[in-house]
Structure formats: C-alpha cells, structure tokens
Design a protein around this ligand. Structure first.
Ligand code: PHE
Length: 350
C-alpha cells in the first residue's frame, strides 16, 4: 500500500510542478500513459492469485482516481491562471475619459453673418452674394468713383492678371459693387413694369461677403468681411435708414438703450454720407463711440447706373463690418485672432 501512496504523492508533486498545460500532459503520461506507473502496476497483476487480484485491483483503482483528480485540479488551475493573465493583458481602464470625435462649429464671424441675415431677413431684406474678383466698373466707376478719383487710393487692393476695366481684374475692396449688380438685375426683371410707368417693387437687399485691401494690423486684415445694405424705392429716406439700422443694432447687441450717431462723412457713391457710430450705455465699452458702418443716400449717378431715374427713385445704402461687430459683441481686441485658425480661440464661441 505504501508504494501506491508514494506513486499518488509523486504524481501530485509532478502535476503541481507542471507550469504549462504541455508540461502537465507530459507528467500525466508518466503515471497514466501506456507505459506509465499505474498502467505498469495493472499489468503486474496478471501473475497474482484471484483473491489478491481483487484487493490489489481495488487499491490501484483508488490510486488511479486520486491521480486523475489531482490531474484535473491542476488542469483547471492552469486554465484559470492563463485566463487571469489574458484578462490582465486586455484590461480596460474604465475610469479613462472616452475618446470622442471633435465637434465642429461655426466660426464666430459666420455666427455674426447668420445673425445679420436673420435680422435683416425679418425686415424684408433679400440676401445676395457676388464675386470677390471684381471689375473696375462695379468696384469703382459705376459707384461714381472714376479712374482719377482720389477715393480710389484709400482702397488700395490686389489686382489680378488678364482683367480689364470691365472684366474681373481686382479683389473687391468693399461689398458696394453688389449695389449695382443687384439693382441692375432687379431693374431688368421689372423693366416692362417700370417702362409702363408703374411702381417698381422696392429694392431691399443685404450682401455679405469677403472683401480685400492692402492693410494689416490689430484692427485690419488684408481679407475682411463686409455686409452691404441697399434700400431703394420711390419714397425711401434717411429716416428709414436710421430706423432700420437702429433696430438692427439694438437687436444684434441685445441692448435696448444702445444709442446711434450719424456722423457726416464722405463716400463718392452716397450724398449725403454718414459714418454710423454706436454707444453702449452699460458694460465694458459703455460711453465710447464705436464706428460700425458707412452709409448715405444713394448718389444720383449711382441710381442712374442702376438703370433707374434719379428723379423718381431714391434710397440709402450702408456698409458694415461684421468682423468689427463680432469683436464688439464678444469683447475680442485683436482682429487677427479670427483668421489665425487657432482652435483654442475658436472653440470658445460654440
Ligand atoms: N463701401 C464703403 C466702405 O467700404 C461703406 C459704404 C457702403 C458707405 C455703402 C456708404 C454706403 O467704406
């Protein structure tokens, strides 16, 4: 019996020392394999008497069962250990913040442009877009600014090759060319009505977009935005300009006590002309006059270039700076921040 106990003990030790499933299978062969210890003992029973065979067989079987139990315990232990290692290797730190796709958003100036469009849209203004590469004619001449006019030098711009006075040859210096472009189309559409002496539907439009000048500092960028406004009819006056622009500014800045000042100025394409200044009554900018737009009554020569009779049609125009409006609304003091594309700056407006 001692011999059997020894074999069981040796098997248990051998299994315990097997570090991998392959080692364990090798160890198993030593005891339960074809020429393993237990198998050899079984074979050795052939020479025993029948009575002895019975007791010897039962004892060997017990030993065999003990070895099989030790084997399956060790198998399970090795499998558990392997699973543990795998779990460790594939561990997820559920406390880490998730990786999300960055959410884009509108540029602050785009937010302003959408706001301008919505506010003027609610006052019955159409929204028009025009080319950024313009001709002399639309950018200057049709706007009562002939070739030798000194006002041209204030609009130093970028010229492109291959253009001409009437074909695209420069980057527009303002959105005012859209006054002519839009009015000409409008008049064309209503030509028959006008010729028959009927009243033409009023022109009421804003034209936002990019404009260019050779200028660069904290408040000027070579590319900047403007938004033109034009309202022409038979009975449109400066009072209407004051009304719509005041209403726009107060709504845009959400400030009912905002005050406007129309300061006499000069533009070749308006007469009389005025710069529009605004003044906040509260907040960090309170009390200062801040220029936000140029404006004026459309010059008779410009009305004529629109294809209309200046004796009959009159109106006003304005040109404002959406970049500047954005700076004032959010308290940004350097215009260049808008165009540097730094996501840390831009994401603050979402
Ligand atoms: N185009 C002018 C500018 O860029 C602004 C303006 C527009 C003035 C319309 C009067 C009327 O300075």
């Amino acid at each position: 019996m001692n011999e059997l106990n020894d074999v069981v003990g040796q098997a248990q030790t051998a299994f315990e020392q097997a570090a991998t499933p392959a080692d364990l299978e090798n160890a198993k062969a030593l005891f339960l394999g074809k020429s393993g210890r237990i198998t050899e003992m079984m074979k050795g029973m052939a020479s025993l008497a029948v009575e002895d065979k019975k007791s010897r067989g039962a004892a060997i079987n017990l030993a065999k069962q003990a070895i099989e139990t030790a084997l399956s315990n060790r198998r399970q232990a090795l499998a558990d250990a392997e699973l543990q290692v795998q779990l460790q290797a594939e561990a997820l730190d559920v406390s880490l913040p998730g990786r999300q796709r960055g959410q884009g958003g509108l540029h602050p100036v785009s937010i302003t442009l959408e706001r301008i469009e919505a506010l003027f849209g609610s006052m019955g203004f159409d929204v028009a877009q025009g080319p950024e590469i313009e001709s002399d004619w639309f950018n200057f001449t049709a706007l009562n600014t002939p070739e030798d006019h000194p006002a041209r030098s204030m609009h130093d711009t970028f010229y492109v090759e291959g253009g001409s006075a009437t074909a695209p040859n420069l980057l527009r210096t303002h959105t005012s060319p859209m006054q002519i472009r839009y009015a000409v189309q409008h008049v064309k559409k209503h030509r028959a009505m006008i010729d028959a002496g009927h009243s033409m539907p009023e022109i009421r439009v804003i034209a936002p977009g990019r404009t260019y000048r050779v200028d660069s500092d904290a408040t000027h960028s070579p590319m900047f935005h403007q938004c033109e406004g034009l309202w022409v009819g038979e009975n449109v006056s400066f009072k209407d300009l004051k009304y719509v622009f005041t209403d726009f500014c107060r709504t845009f800045f959400e400030s009912d006590d905002l005050v406007l000042r129309f300061r006499p100025s000069f533009f070749p394409f308006t007469e009389p002309s005025a710069e529009i200044d605004i003044q906040f009554q509260t907040g960090p900018l309170a009390g200062r006059w801040l220029e936000v737009a140029g404006s004026g009554q459309v010059h008779p020569n410009v009305v004529r270039n629109m294809g209309l009779d200046p004796e009959k049609y009159i109106g006003f125009a304005f040109g404002m700076g959406p970049d500047r409006l954005t700076m004032l609304r959010y308290g940004v003091n350097d215009l260049r921040l808008f165009f540097d594309g730094d996501i840390r700056f831009l994401s603050q407006f979402q």
